[in-house]
Design a protein around this ligand. Structure first.
Ligand code: SAM
Length: 213
């Protein structure tokens, strides 16, 4: 990594700390991931800005704060089975892998799925990558200790709640296509608690239990 990226990355880490990310494992993992590699060269100068940036298929790599915040809410532990809905660039999946989770990720756009899968394979990252409609979850690998939905959902899909293990947690941005509320959902003895965790703006979850195309 060149000197320029090193300085920008240190600045990003301290920005995340100032915004309330205090989980050192998450900050260390973000420090390790070369975010520029998920972007086209024309965006390399912005790779360590705390902003969402465009990737292929009209989608985005999420803002680093959003990635760190959702991950912090999930309170992941080593060996947990985590489902990510919306692979996008693969960045969030790698963060969860670096936190020692067993990661399953699903993406609806074939070119994004293929690119992320190739990146994982090339870097020998044991991340289970799937193509399909993640609004229905990923039934054949369920249940999961954690589910993270990285696209805006009109509702909380029932199917995802079913695929959550007891004592499981899910984070999901719920709202319309212009603004969403982040929900942290906890499952205990088949009861669910719902906590609101701020306003965000994501690209839409498109699928059977998401928005229509
Ligand atoms: N987590 C990604 C990352 O680290 O780069 C960013 C995700 S981007 C904000 C949202 C992604 O969700 C897009 O790639 C989009 O194609 C995907 N998506 C939208 N609806 C989906 C669905 N029903 N199933 C799977 N992926 C979906």
């Amino acid at each position: 990594m060149n000197q320029n990226f090193t300085l920008k990355k240190s600045k990003l880490i301290s920005d995340l700390e100032n915004k309330g990310i205090n989980n050192q494992d998450i900050l260390k993992a973000i420090q390790k991931i070369p975010r520029e590699l998920f972007l086209s060269k024309s965006f390399w100068n912005k790779a360590y800005d705390d902003n969402a940036l465009p990737i292929d298929c009209g989608q985005t790599i999420s803002q680093p704060f959003t990635v760190a915040y959702m991950t912090q809410l999930l309170e992941v532990e080593k060996g947990m089975r985590v489902l990510e809905i919306g692979t996008g660039s693969g960045y969030q999946a790698i963060l969860l892998h670096l936190l020692k989770c067993n990661v399953y990720t699903i993406e609806r756009h074939k070119p994004l799925y293929e690119k992320a899968k190739l990146f994982f394979e090339h870097n020998k990252l044991p991340i289970s990558c799937h193509l399909g409609d993640g609004s229905k979850g990923l039934l054949n690998h369920a249940p999961y200790n954690r589910i993270i939905v990285t696209a805006a959902s009109p509702d909380i899909p029932e199917e995802l709640l079913k695929q959550l293990e007891d004592n499981g947690k899910m984070v999901i941005p719920v709202g319309d296509t212009t603004s969403q509320t982040m929900y942290l959902i906890t499952k205990k003895d088949n009861n669910f608690t719902y906590e609101e965790k701020g306003k965000f703006k994501f690209v839409p979850l498109v699928g059977e239990f998401g928005f229509s195309e």
